[in-house]
Design a protein around this ligand. Structure first.
Ligand code: GLA
Length: 411
């Protein structure tokens, strides 16, 4: 692990992003970032139209580039990362995230039925809450159920379907966007008015640093994450089973048949969930295993091993290597958990931006998070945010390449 993953968020935490949500924070930010107005964009950022929502609101697309040619495009609808181009070991750029190039594709009935959350910001509660309910301070709250009996990714209309306010910036740390959304008290059944502020920073060290902050007016569960699907061969390529994965976790949270944790923190040793040594994703997928059967593959929360002495800094959670292209993706986070989802519900019914269908397991998600169903699981780390607290979470995705040719091949 290079120093970048750990040093960048430290400076983001105290400088660029400030510690508060609200005018004081935004004012401090204005002093360190290039000013933006609706017409002027900072260098390295361009804005264009991505179409309109059904109610006529305009969807903007921001193209952000770094000095090494990495290019990311983000829309204000759902904070969706619609494309991300990174070099392979020969320098060839490919788009490594699943997505579309027009808003219509994200609004279509086919997309809504499949509900894959491509590239989106997820809130208020990433992952599942059992039976769409939880009890807090003696009061029971009911949420819309949109995943069998459970609530998934914030309910029927999560943060992935909201239009965010976007401020582009350029700073010493990199170029990016600050996205804000205020969720009214009671939205999707959750208590408290939640002011949410997320920043995406693309650095010249080839990192995408994501910083999440939130404040609430009443105690409420919060679990924010990012739902990009990666295929390091390039989106639209065949399955990710030939990607090699390391997850820095010696335990995971087993699930029931509705993908809700049983409450157990299970040792990964001797199971297909042991990714402590780099392993091809497909190597054990076919094993007879109840957990793999419930999820139709990997769709599990891993309990991340934390590096002693790192305090609140992001620590290495996972590394993915695609041997042919040489692309390497590393994920570091301050979160205690990581949902590894192997694209089990992709079935070819959606066609991506390059005209190729997104077939079974053609993308993988690594969602940094608190554990699923924490509001109903007293032995899991708490996800309750109180009015006198600031929710703060950081995740860094780092893109690089490896020259090594003797990496394992699936075929
Ligand atoms: C998360 C869930 C999966 C699935 C995807 C979206 O990763 O854990 O079960 O719902 O989102 O399809």
């Amino acid at each position: 692990m290079t120093r970048h993953l750990f040093s960048l968020p430290r400076c983001l935490g105290i400088g660029l992003l400030g510690v508060l949500i609200g005018p004081a924070c935004l004012q401090a930010q204005a002093q360190t970032m290039s000013a933006t107005s609706s017409s002027a964009m900072p260098p390295g950022i361009e804005r264009s139209s991505f179409g309109r929502l059904a109610d006529g609101r305009e969807v903007d697309c921001y193209r952000i580039t770094n000095d090494n040619g990495i290019e990311m495009r983000v829309i204000n609808y759902g904070g969706i990362i619609v494309s991300l181009k990174t070099p392979d070991r020969t320098g060839r750029l490919d788009d490594i995230v699943l997505g579309f190039d027009s808003i219509g594709d994200y609004l279509s009935d086919t997309y809504r039925q499949a509900n894959p959350y491509f590239g989106a910001l997820i809130g208020r509660y990433g992952n599942r809450i059992a039976n769409g309910r939880f009890t807090l301070d003696g009061e029971t709250y009911r949420l819309p159920t949109n995943d069998g009996p459970n609530t998934l990714h914030g309910g029927d209309v999560g943060f992935n379907q909201r239009l965010w306010h976007v401020e582009p910036f350029s700073s010493a740390e990199g170029r990016g966007l600050v996205l804000t959304y205020t969720s009214p008290d009671g939205e999707q059944g959750f208590p408290g008015r939640l002011s949410t502020r997320v920043s995406y920073t693309l650095t010249d060290d080839n990192e995408l640093a994501i910083d999440y902050r939130a404040r609430t007016t009443r105690a409420t569960p919060v679990n924010l994450t990012q739902h990009s699907y990666f295929n390091l061969k390039g989106e639209g390529s065949a399955s990710v089973l030939d990607h090699e994965l390391m997850i820095n976790a010696s335990a995971y949270t087993p699930i029931d048949e509705t993908l809700i944790p049983t409450g157990e923190i299970a040792d990964v040793s001797g199971t297909p969930f042991d990714f402590r040594q780099p392993t091809l994703i497909g190597a054990r997928m076919g094993q007879k295993n109840t957990q793999l059967a419930y999820a139709k593959g990997y769709d599990h929360n891993f309990v991340l091993s934390k590096t002693p002495g790192q305090g609140d800094l992001p620590t290495l959670a996972a590394r993915v290597i695609e041997p042919r292209s040489g692309r390497v993706l590393e994920v570091a986070t301050t979160e205690p958990g990581l949902q590894f989802y192997s694209g089990n519900f992709l079935d070819g019914s959606l066609t991506g931006k390059s005209g190729r269908p997104y077939t079974h397991r053609s993308g993988l998600a690594l969602e940094t998070q608190h554990f699923p169903d924490s509001p109903n699981q007293p032995n899991f780390p708490s996800t309750i945010l109180k009015p006198d607290e600031t929710y703060h979470s950081q995740t860094v995705y780092r893109f690089s390449t490896t020259a090594s040719e003797d990496l394992p091949h699936a075929d």
